[in-house]
Design a protein around this ligand. Structure first.
Ligand code: TRP
Length: 72
């Protein structure tokens, strides 16, 4: 499966979970911040612009490598 086809799922387990996208390339910085409330789901991909994602708060994250939860 190519990088562009792969996606990840983030489900918020509390209100105010933050999903932060970080830029690809030599300059690594935040470029997007999304707030999810409890039960909300975000489906995302790594792209030409996004190389990493930081998640703050209680969430369940599913990737092609497995499922994990942030610590409570
Ligand atoms: N404009 C961003 C991009 O195309 C949108 C995006 C993609 C994004 N994946 C993300 C934002 C993950 C936050 C987290 O790269």
């Amino acid at each position: 499966m190519s990088k562009q086809d792969d996606f990840f799922v983030i489900k918020a387990r509390e209100n105010g979970v933050q999903v932060i996208g970080l830029t690809r390339g030599s300059d690594t910085r935040f470029h997007h911040s999304e707030k999810l409330d409890k039960g909300e789901v975000m489906i995302g991909q790594f792209t030409e612009h996004t190389s990493a994602v930081k998640i703050r708060g209680k969430a369940t994250i599913q990737t092609s490598h497995g499922t994990l939860q942030t610590d409570d």
